[in-house]
Ligand binder design. Structure first.
Ligand code: NOJ
Length: 680
């Protein structure tokens, strides 16, 4: 080889080495903050112009260097960035939930904002805001107004979460047809494919982390794709238009959230998601009524009656009147009626074009029934199944809600039944319909529009097959609950039905996002064609305390409640709106015990459930008011109870207790226990 060639190769090699050394130089920390009690520390770094963040808990790394930025239509916005300025602030305030798991919430954090700008000719700008709490953190991007970028067309977000401690993950798949309605999988984090949030992690040392988002407004939902090892990257829910999000500047993205706790229960007790949402914009929301309801519902899932008109039609005037009578007799405020309107007679799944939301079927006298209910203190609960014909529904929305408002129907359930990725959207150019995902930007806009229109008429909304909860109930307290997971209906017809660990998993995964309309209380313990529901009787009662929702359905048929009067008493008595909530004990997927203090009395309620293993859980009653004697009404698994072989073994007993006492909660396999504590 000629000398000069060798020489130039050596020079080239050396400069490559120099370049590599520069590229792998340690990232420079440009801003950092600790949480108020110095539990967490978050640092923002620049690595040769590329932003990343890092999280430590008590000095131990929880999230290693994780990239920030965007793939925009007009080029990546994740490099060649320099700091233009930064601001900091600390906030310590309390605020009150109009309804909720607790009355008073403390919002205590340290925040920094770093303004970044490109050093290249494009000179685009992007701010990053971090809020650091003791129990987690949130960060979001702010696209400020700027001359070189009027609109952001986001092809994807490049945000990463590189989890350091070796962890197990509980997750459901994203990008699959049934939205969020999957059983949770438990795998090593480094085997995760593409998953929804909230996703829950537990390290081998017992550190619990939940990754989710807050305030998902006019943006696409975040999925998580594992890129390598334990490194996850945001992947935004798709849009029919090719890009994921299109927004005029300025705007904020949703918060990316990490709840971090030593215990599984700590995740549940955290208010991070609500704290990161904006305060209530609706003012006085005393018209939003936490309450319990019955329904013209379960019989259709059992296939004994139908949504469609004809001999099996469930929503008739006569049948609904009977349910109203039963509701009035047993103190339920609401009666949900599905199948009340035209549109159910053909194939409505994925086809909502026959639905008329402004008039009832001929055999359902909505005027007379709402008046009949009003006399008895019972409100009809409306129902809008859209079959995913979104704009067909939106065209009728105003008139449909006006009808409800006129009749005193002050809450309704909605439905979006079609495969995910198959939500209809009109193609503005004509031609074949566009198809959207249940949690893309199009649906984020749709859901908020419905909530806002309903709020104008003082109506609360409970969507099924919804977009995931990101805490917007704080801003819009009429967004009262939603489905968004595999609910009780799977116990009617699901293959398999929900195994006992599913409901425990829900507490530490889905429920971290907000309330769920799970529709508990199937005391008959039978699904379609007699299929056994994997639960004991007492467990059905415990679900009212364990799975939080400010509206709770007593989902079974009235005649089944007549057959189980003793157990039904708990459903009649249990509260739905709480001053306080505490997790006494629990492990993801294994068991959980939660206590909640009623907002409208001095009563406390306890709910405890287990997976397929029986357990004895010692609990201290220290949460009760000291010095007060309580009557404890205990609804427990009877001797020999087992969800497989002896699900109805059940015992109700009454004891006197004080806060100085301890109890052993004995749970059968697949079992549960519910207790009402009333001051004597
Ligand atoms: C699915 C919902 O989850 C269920 O509750 C409802 O009955 C049907 N869709 C019909 O809207």
């Amino acid at each position: 080889m000629p000398q000069f060639v060798l020489f130039s190769r050596v020079i080239a090699g050396a400069s490559l080495l120099l370049f590599a050394a520069l590229a792998h130089a340690e990232p420079v920390t440009v801003a950092s903050a600790t949480s108020p009690d110095k539990v967490l520390k978050v640092s923002l770094q620049l690595d040769g112009g590329m932003p990343s963040y890092r999280v430590e808990r008590f000095g131990q790394e929880v999230v290693g260097n994780s990239k920030l930025g965007f793939q925009l239509r007009d080029g990546r916005l994740d490099r060649d960035l320099a700091v233009l300025g930064q601001t900091r602030r600390s906030v310590d305030e309390t605020w009150e939930q109009p309804w909720g798991e607790r009355r008073v919430t403390r919002n205590h954090y340290n925040e920094f904002t770093v303004q970044l700008g490109e050093t290249t000719a494009a000179k685009r700008r992007l701010d990053v805001v971090f809020r650091v709490y003791d129990d987690g953190l949130g960060f979001r991007y702010h696209f400020p107004e700027q001359p070189n970028l009027r609109e952001a067309i986001i092809d994807d977000e490049l945000t990463e979460f590189a989890i350091t401690p070796v962890s197990t993950a509980w997750w459901i798949p994203a990008g699959e047809p049934i939205h969020y309605e999957y059983l949770y999988q438990r795998t090593p984090l480094d085997q995760l494919p593409l998953a929804h949030t909230p996703m829950t992690l537990r390290s081998s040392e017992g550190l619990h982390v939940s990754i989710h988002e807050a305030a998902l407004v006019d943006y696409a939902g975040m999925w998580l794709r594992r890129t390598d090892g334990q490194r996850l990257r945001a992947q935004l829910s798709p849009s029919a238009e090719g890009w994921k999000v299109r927004r005029a500047l300025p705007f904020n993205t949703p918060w990316r959230t990490l709840q971090i706790s030593d215990t599984a229960g700590g995740l549940v007790e955290s208010s991070l998601i609500l704290n990161l949402n904006d305060p209530n914009v609706l003012g006085d929301v005393s018209w939003v009524k936490p309450s319990k309801y019955l329904g013209v519902w379960w019989s259709m899932h059992l296939d004994e009656e139908s949504w469609a008109t004809g001999p099996k039609h469930a929503a008739t005037t006569a049948k609904t009147r009977k349910v109203i009578d039963f509701a009035a007799k047993h103190g339920f405020r609401g009666v949900l009626v599905e199948g009340w309107n035209p549109g159910w007679d053909g194939m409505w799944v994925g086809n909502g074009y026959d639905f008329d939301f402004t008039r009832p079927t001929a055999d359902f006298d909505i005027e007379a029934l709402s008046a009949y209910g009003a006399k008895k203190g019972v409100h009809l609960i409306g129902h809008h199944e859209t079959g995913c014909a979104i704009e067909h529904y939106e065209d009728q929305l105003g008139a449909a809600l006006d009808l409800y408002a006129r009749l005193g129907v002050d809450s309704f359930k909605s439905g979006y039944v079609c495969d995910d990725g198959q939500v209809d959207r009109r193609n503005p150019a004509g031609g074949p319909l566009w198809r959207e995902w249940h949690d893309g930007q199009f649906m984020a806009r749709h859901h908020l529009k419905v909530v806002q229109e309903a709020a104008k008429r003082h109506i609360a909304v409970n969507p099924h097959e919804p977009i995931k909860d990101t805490g917007l109930r704080r801003t819009y307290p009429n967004w009262i609950t939603r489905e968004g997971a595999r609910g009780m209906e799977y116990n009617a017809w699901g293959q398999p039905p929900n195994p006992p660990e599913h409901e425990v998993n829900l507490v530490f995964t889905r429920m971290l996002s907000g309330p769920m309309d799970y529709t508990p209380g199937i005391l008959s313990l039978k699904g379609r064609h007699g299929q056994a529901i994997p639960s004991t009787l007492a467990r059905q009662l415990a679900l009212y305390v364990v799975l939080y929702s400010p509206i709770q359905m007593a989902a079974d048929l009235p005649e089944h409640y007549e057959q189980h009067r003793e157990a039904f008493r708990f459903i009649e008595d249990v509260a739905v709106d709480w001053d306080d909530t505490r997790v006494l004990d629990g492990e993801v997927g294994d068991y959980v015990t939660i206590v909640r203090k009623d907002r409208n009395s001095r009563d406390w309620f306890l709910g405890s459930i287990t997976d397929e293993s029986g357990r004895v859980l010692p609990v201290s009653l220290g949460f009760l008011e000291p010095g007060v004697r309580y009557r404890a009404e205990i609804y427990r698994d009877g001797d020999g109870a087992d969800f497989r072989s002896n699900p109805f073994a059940f015992k109700r007993e009454v004891r006197e207790v004080t806060s100085a006492d301890a109890m052993n909660i004995v749970l059968a396999p697949g079992g549960g226990q519910a207790i009402r504590f009333t001051p004597m």
